[in-house]
Design a protein around this ligand. Sequence first.
Ligand code: FES
Length: 571
Amino acid sequence: MAELRSNQWYGGDDRNSYIHRAWMRRGTPGTSFMGKPQIAIANTASDLTPCNAHLNEVADSVKQGVWAAGGVPLNLPVVSLGETNVRPTAMLWRNMAAMAIEEMLRANPIDGVVLLGGCDKTIPSLLMAAASVDLPAVVVPGGPMLTGTFRGTPLGCGTDVWRLSEEVRAGTLSEAAFLESESSMIRSRGHCNTMGTASTMGLLAEALGTTIPGTAGTPAPDSRLLARSHDTGRLIVDMVNADRRPSQVITAASFHNAIVALAAIGGSTNAVVHLLAIAGRLGVPLTLDDFDRIAAEVPFLVDLQPSGRFLMEDLFRAGGLAAVLKQVEDLLDPSAITVTGEPFVESLGEAQIWDKEVIRTRDAPLLPSGGIARLRGNLAPDGAIIKPAAASPHLLQHRGKALVFDSIEDFHARVDDPELDVDENTVLVLRGCGPRGYPGMPEVSNMPLPAKLLQKGVRDMVRICDGRMSGTAYGTVVLHVAPEGASGGPLAKVRTGDWITLDVPARRIDVDLPEGELEAREPAPAMLEALARPARGWEKLYVDTVTGADTGADCSFLLGGSGDKVTRESH
Ligand code: FES
């Protein structure tokens, strides 16, 4: 076993080691903490992140496991991002959270870390940090909430908020009934119970090999989550002793497996930008093309909201991720390992499906391919994505006139205007919502449809945006258009009335203009005027350095990693 990193704080006879040891004695008896693996529990529990509020109890189980294995557990509260509270969007703070976590791991006497996350941005920021510092690390996903019901119908949190609010706008549900459903939406501790971003990233953390297999998707209130947390505490001590680091676990092979999993579960489009960012920290050359290529032959097997019927509790009951991936085992890369050191494919064992309505078999998939398609064209030279499984089949090849909005405020001000020149064939375009423009790339791309069309029964239209879409949302939405409008991308030059062609089978998104006309146009002044121009603080740093969605929307100065090097003393 290599010398513990923490010994560089505690192991000497000099004044500095005295100082490091003396202040730590209050947490442990005498010097009994010395010479043992020091395990940080990077905990995103916060009352302002309700999806993660239960993680303190999870941390207690991890702690017991660390003690049992001969390590020393250390609470490390870290930046937590509550998707429903943080403005203007939690995504603006993902890179900041990752940077802060990374630096606190590097700055402290830590040999390994257990990462506790749940709500959308928390697992991505934890994994980005762990990848950059490259200390032994293992994730415990906090798990989804149990299923709530309203008037006898199960509620998918997130998805059903959109659905019910659209029903109010369409006049088919009263406002009183809508508000009554609020108290039923969140039944228990845990994150959103649809196949949204939190569920997706928890499951992909497992597919990447960064959890104990079988942990992800365990409902937050289930006692098995605490048992797994205890096991994780034991495992991280073993990982430190074996010097097993993220750079050994999270490889090109594990990204391959995560993309297979993403397609098979029909996961959130947000996973694309998060996986690209994690890969960027590790120097793994992952591109949008890889998502399209790898997922092309992966069947869509999991019938969960937002595109399907069931919820995360049902997926767990039906056999969970292992049962899904067992169906596509031959498509996985067998060289990928997990935090246990064993091949990921071996962890699937003889996993079975216990409810074939929730998890389909390979020969009876929901769709032959559940992947996320990468589009290119003169509207998105660096790429854009669409989730065909969440789109309307009749709109996957579509030509329509653009109706352009220069900001989300512009959209809200005009969308319900009875005089708005729009019909079901119109293509709604929203710009200025990319990483730099908003800033933070918010989940506004699934624009609500104009009220007058909703009242006519229209439920989907082609929409194009340089922002993101909630993982709990659905529709024929072209997302993550790159370069974004604020960076001078072609989206900034489209005008209302231009003809736009979407051809998902051909992977194209184009505006139909004579050669050279789009290039000759200037970006729309109204969009430029609406862009955020922060003068100071993180927002300024972010706007000045954020990269495009096609490369993960990380900050350019955070790409790669600095490793776990121990810097000079403070005194
Ligand atoms: Fe936290 Fe949905 S709001 S996961």
